[in-house]
Design a protein around this ligand. Structure first.
Ligand SMILES: [Zn+2]
Length: 334
């Protein structure tokens, strides 16, 4: 991405092993993330940046210190490279590993990519995925893993009523996660008929079209005046964060995973909200083994969030389609 709105496909040098802990993978599928739209729309500065942080692929080269991952392995990794051995990783927060490397700075909307800390970052997929499973594994790399973390951070579980703010891919897969984790009722905020349909397919029991105070009032009305036990925030704006906090009952939990842009919380409002807040870049690596197993045994099908597939050389059209909301999630193949 050369500047906002300016996406081009260009030849770059093939990646090579730079550190003994690196691997180089052939990217078999990548995709465009909702967070890629922030720089695309000029809400984040961008200048001649490689793009992409979601990936599945086949290992082509490994560094001399890589022990767990082998050439030829079909692998999935998260959007943050992590050693998976430091205290932060061992506590389950690999996205903030003390040795973290952001994959977005490397750019996986490409034919090949160097993956740092390969043993800690990559997870081998057992067997050969079908085309549908491959799409779902790609979803696990970020949007599913992020939705899953949001649901876990919001303490979703049996008997819980879950509100979901945001009907993009992460919000939709947060619904899938909440359903899978046993939520009793899942209320999705959405105004788009196609996304409402997908939300229901993933397990939403109620749809709320109102926003702001009216949206909060609707959640209260649906929950006997209490508010949701658990709320997933999957947008990252001031409005969505306030919607999430306002939808949650005192003592409830908000899992916020929308990348924060311009969110400012009033201390006194926060004080009286009396809610638990946990969020940030999702430690997808924590959930990958479980998610890979659920996908490879066909228990979940998150890959259906991809509603447009394009060859890599049409990536610019993919960005336009997502920007104009003609597509929820765009898959890119070499
Ligand atoms: Zn670590």
């Amino acid at each position: 991405m050369h500047s906002p709105g300016d996406v081009r496909i260009e030849e770059r040098p093939d990646p090579t092993i730079e550190q003994p802990t690196d691997a180089v993978i052939r990217v078999t599928a990548s995709c465009i993330c909702g967070s890629d739209l922030w720089p695309y729309r000029g809400a984040e500065s961008v200048e001649d940046a490689p793009m992409g942080h979601e990936y599945v692929g086949v290992v082509e080269q490994i560094g001399s210190a890589v022990k767990e991952i082998q050439v030829g392995d079909y692998v999935v990794g998260s959007f943050v490279a992590s050693d998976n051995t430091c205290e932060i990783c061992l506590a389950g927060f690999q996205s903030r590993c003390i040795h973290q490397v952001m994959i977005g700075a490397i750019g996986t909307q490409a034919e090949k990519a160097r993956i740092p800390l390969a043993d800690g970052t990559l997870v081998k997929v057992p067997g050969e995925p079908t085309e549908a499973q491959a799409k779902s594994l790609l979803a696990a790399s970020d949007v599913l893993g992020t939705g899953w973390f949001a649901a876990v951070a919001a303490e979703t579980g049996p008997g819980k009523t879950v509100a979901v703010v945001g009907d993009g891919a992460v919000g939709l897969l947060g619904i899938l996660a909440a359903k899978r984790l046993g939520a009793e009722r899942i209320i999705a905020f959405s105004r788009h008929a196609d996304r409402q349909a997908l939300a229901k397919q993933f397990g939403a029991t109620d749809i709320v079209e109102e926003r702001g105070e009216a949206g909060n009032a609707k959640i209260k009305e649906l929950t006997g005046g209490y508010g949701a036990h658990s709320t997933i925030e999957a947008v990252g704006t001031q409005e969505s964060m306030l919607q999430a906090i306002g939808s949650t009952r005192p003592g409830g939990h908000v899992g916020y995973v929308g990348v924060s842009h311009g969110v400012e919380l009033d201390g006194l409002d926060l004080f009286f909200a009396t809610v638990n807040l946990l969020g940030g870049p999702a430690p997808v690596r924590r959930f990958l083994p479980e998610l890979i197993d659920l996908i490879m045994t066909d228990q979940i099908d998150p890959g259906i969030v991809f509603d447009l597939s394009l060859p890599l050389d049409q990536a610019a059209e993919g960005y336009r389609a997502m920007d104009e909301r003609r597509a929820t999630k765009v898959l890119l193949t070499p």
